[in-house]
Design a protein around this ligand. Structure first.
Ligand code: SF4
Length: 131
């Protein structure tokens, strides 16, 4: 099976995911991924920069580039910085999300996710264990 690829900020999105998304196809495929990681958290993925296996089903991905008005690159960079993650490394989903849950706090959450539309539409904050 092909190794799963994830961009950094999607490690937070996956934890807060509630079955909402950018298109029916996007929701179908992201739901599969989120369910698989929930049921088998030791599943590994490779951390990458740029379009990943979630972006591939998104209507905002055009020519391998995200054209969403709120560009994802700053969020990716902040996740890498705050949680000391390494592009190109292979992580288990559990290991990577444990690191995030141990280090995240309300200020870090707002710095990464404060401008995201899904922040107000979902319970990401509580899913990440932030009071
Ligand atoms: S909005 Fe951009 S970063 Fe988010 S899933 Fe779509 S293509 Fe990827």
């Amino acid at each position: 099976m092909k190794q799963i690829e994830l961009r950094a900020h999607h490690l937070l999105c996956l934890q807060g995911y509630e079955g909402k998304g950018y298109s029916p196809e996007f929701v179908t495929e992201m739901s599969k991924l989120a369910t698989m990681f929930a049921q088998a958290p030791d599943t590994t993925f490779t951390l990458i920069n740029g379009a990943d296996d979630i972006c591939r089903n998104c209507p905002h991905l055009v020519d391998e580039k995200c054209i969403h008005p709120n560009p994802p690159e700053p969020q990716d960079a902040k996740v890498i910085k705050y949680f000391d993650l390494v592009i190109g490394e292979q992580y288990s989903y559990k290991a990577a999300t444990d690191i995030i849950k141990q280090k995240i706090n309300a200020d870090i959450f707002m710095d990464i996710c404060g401008t995201c539309d899904w922040n107000s539409a979902t319970q990401c904050r509580s899913a990440l264990g932030i009071k």
